[in-house]
Each structure stands twice: as C-alpha cells, then as structure tokens.
Design a protein. Structure first.
Length: 462
C-alpha cells in the first residue's frame, strides 16, 4: 500500500506525498493491523486528522470513492488518500513454511473510523446446509443463467470460457496483472492438473485468484486543492456520480438467480445522475470474480458480452486481492481515460454473492453539476422475493433451480449443492455427498429436473 501511494504521488506529478486530512484503507484479510491506515501513515511519514477502515465486500473500493466524494463535497475533508492491499501469497507461504512474520501493527487502543455498513448476507439455513462460499454459489448462478437462456451445457461453457479468454488477453497486456498469460477458451474449460474443476462447471481458471500480493492507491481531493498542489490538468479525473445498493440480503429470498435487479436499477440510476446512458460510456470495468458475475452485470446494464468488459483482466488473471480488486480497476480506468481511450468510464463493484453493488461514473471532462449520489434501495426492496422453507416442511418432491458439484483437490466430483423450488414456489436448499450422483450431475442439464428432499435437506433424484 505504501508503494502504491508513492507511485500515485508520482503519477499525479507531485514531488512529495500530499498531506492528507484522512487516510482510508479498504478492509483486508491477510494481516490484522488493527488500524492499517495508521500503520500506513507511519510508513509514509504522514499525520492525518483521521484514519479510516471500510467494512468488507468487493464493492468497498467504489463505495469508498463515493463516500469520500461526498465528504469532500461537504467540506468535511479536502484531500484523502485511499489505499488497499493484500499479501495473501506471502502470508500463506510463511504459514506453510512455519515462518513467523514480523509485520507491524497499530498500538492497542488505536482504532480507525469505520466507513460503510456491514450487511448479513448469509442466512442461517444457507450456512446449515453448507452453502456459504463464493466457489459454491457463483457456479449455481451459471447454471441458472444457462437454463434461463435455454442453452445446453456445452453452449454455455463456450460462452463463459470465450469471455474469460478475452479477459486473459487483457491481463496479458497489463503490466500490473498478476498472471500475464493469455489463455484460449479451450484451455480454460478443459480440466487438467493445473486447471482442476473446483465447482462444476467452473475450472480453476474460472475462479477468482486470491493468492496474490497486490496493492493500489488513489488520491482524491477537491479541484481547488488539486490546483493548489499544482497537479497538471491532464492528470485530473472527475467522479461524476455514484450509487450504492444491494439485492435482497439473503440469496434464499431472491426471485431468480438469473437476474440481478439491484444492478439494473443501481446502474441505471448512476448513469442518470451523471446525465448519461450506457451507450455514452466509453470504458467499462465489471466485477469479474466468476463468469456468472460478469454475465449478470452485463445483462443488467445492457452491455454485450462481446464488448471489452474489463480493463485489468479481471480477478482470475489480473488478480483478486479480496476486497480491493475494484481499486485496481478504478486506477486502471483512470489511466485509460487519461491516455485518450475514451472520455467516460463506468466501474461496478460487487460484494458477497452478487449481493452488494457500487457504481461510479468517471470522466476526464469536468461535470456540468456537482457530484451526485443516491441509493435506490427502497425500490429494490419492493421487488418480488421468494420465501425460504426448510426441514420437514421442505421434504418431498422439488424442482432443481440451480446447482453445482464441488470437486475434491484431485478433481473428482464430491458433493452436490442445489437450490430447489417446492411446489408452491418457495425455495429450499439441498445437498448430497453421493459421489455417484455428483458424477452424474456433471453431465447434461439438471435444472428443471424433479428431485426429492428429505427433512435434513439430503437430495436424491426421483
């Protein structure tokens, strides 16, 4: 993070790191600093009036930009340094090798200001059925998207892996990407020792890559402060508008796994606040932890999958530093805008299970009006929802709505997880440790098939 701030300073054309009213860090997982912004300030020789830390979620960097823009607009602060980073690769290597890391921590009692709100995104029933990891959930979304579009398994896999091949090509040309190697669609979809299946239909190359050491930083300030500091005008990028919102908090209550209404509504609102339409946007970076996330985002925003939807290469290839990927996306979009690739950009951040969403509209052109921000949450909350049923009440015939098959580390089918609909339209969760059923469900289409749940949620096929 310190190195990223130093580079951001040079990128802004400044000889020294500017004094910051606030240093704000995206919540991180690879080390418990206590107050990472305080540690960062110490390393940079800064004495900000406040230090701050966000709540968790891949939406956090864009939400932080939106929040900071409002704080600058209100006069609460004039200049803030935003940073985020992870050292998961080094941390895991040290743990494997029994090395004790002597990384710094803030002194006891040094606590940051918390920015953002936590959202409980995992229903007790989901956790009880073992459905709580993104590697389980996003493949289920893929099967729901496939069924809703009426595609075969092979057709959908071609679409997803061709999309991912294009992302890998972007990463190959990105000097800041973690994996700078273009992969073909066939390489991505074909299981191999280096590319085992994790959650059918996703191979390893189709999953977010958190095994990275990466950092990013942004300097945000008022136009008056930028002029005072002498930042050249060709370095300026304006954030015109932003929105923040979330789907129904628990995925169990979503009407469909093949749509993301909050992205539709929140994305449209961000564009409207900026006085633009999606056709006016030159540069786009969509959150890209798994192929289903990009497909849902593109569908909701009215973007073709053939369009360039990443500027970095995405989380599997450019790198997925837990909560902080989107800060890398914002920094990359800024560079692309300033290089003349376009004048307007849209960034989408996503947290949880395609749950929390944050949007930012950027431009090298000064806005005609001050920064605008809103949340369409009340409108989203009013959208249709399904009720969850569990236990004996869920037992009996059900229809498989979405599913995945988790594989073991040797690449063998191991456990089935399925979202099911009971006859009255309520949702129930099912799973099966039957290796035979797990293998069978890796062939052909199982969405729409009749199955049976017992009172414990064990799934069998009728």
């Amino acid at each position: 993070m310190a190195e990223a701030v130093i580079r951001a300073t040079a990128d802004a054309g400044l000889a020294t790191i500017p004094d910051a009213d606030s240093i704000r860090v995206v919540s991180l997982l690879s080390w418990r600093y206590g107050d990472p912004a305080w540690v960062l300030a110490q390393q940079l020789g800064l004495a900000p009036r406040e230090t701050a830390l966000t709540t968790n979620g891949g939406n956090s960097p864009q939400t932080l930009v939106n929040t900071t823009a409002l704080h600058i607009q209100s006069g609460e602060i004039d200049l803030a340094i935003l940073a985020g980073g992870e050292a998961s690769r080094t941390r895991m290597k040290a743990r494997r090798e029994g090395v004790e890391l002597e990384w710094p921590k803030a002194p006891e009692g040094q606590t940051p200001r918390v920015l953002g709100e936590d959202l409980d995104m995992s229903h007790p029933s989901e956790r009880a059925h073992g459905v709580f990891m993104p590697v389980q959930v996003y493949p289920m979304f893929e099967t729901a998207i496939r069924a809703a579009a009426g595609r075969t398994v092979d057709e959908q896999q071609r679409i997803a892996t061709e999309l991912w091949a294009r992302f890998s090509e972007v990463a190959a040309a990105n000097p800041n990407a973690w994996l700078q190697q273009a992969r073909t669609a066939e390489e991505i979809r074909t299981p191999s020792p280096a590319n085992r299946t994790i959650g059918f239909p996703y191979t390893k190359y189709m999953n977010s890559n958190n095994d990275v050491d990466m950092g990013a930083a942004l300097i945000m300030c008022s136009a008056a402060k930028a002029e005072e500091l002498g930042v050249p005008r060709d370095r300026w990028v304006f954030v015109h508008a932003g929105t923040d919102c979330h789907e129904h908090s628990f995925m169990s209550n979503r009407d469909s796994f093949a749509r993301t209404p909050a992205v539709e509504i929140g994305g449209q609102m961000a564009l409207e606040l900026a006085g633009l339409t999606i056709d006016d946007i030159d540069i786009v970076d969509l959150y890209s932890c798994f192929p289903s996330a990009v497909q849902l985002g593109a569908q909701s925003l009215g973007l073709s999958l053939d369009r360039q939807l990443t500027r970095t290469g995405g989380l599997p290839f450019a790198g997925g530093p837990w909560n902080n990927y989107v800060m890398h996306a914002i920094a990359t979009v800024m560079h692309d805008l300033r290089s003349g690739a376009g004048t307007t950009g849209l960034v989408w951040g996503n947290g949880g299970y395609a749950t929390k969403h944050s949007f930012g509209v950027y431009s090298t052109l000064a806005p005609a009006q001050p920064f605008r921000h809103a949340s369409p949450q009340a409108q989203i909350d009013a959208r249709p929802r399904r009720e969850l049923v569990d236990g004996a009440e869920a037992a009996g015939d059900v229809t498989i709505e979405a599913y995945t098959v988790i594989h073991d580390r040797a690449g063998a089918p191991e456990t089935v997880f399925a979202a099911c609909l009971v006859p009255d339209g309520r949702r129930a969760w099912g799973s099966s440790p039957d290796a035979g059923l797990a293998a069978a469900m890796c062939v052909g289409e199982w969405v729409g098939r009749t199955a049976v749940l017992d009172a414990e949620g064990v799934l069998t096929i009728a």
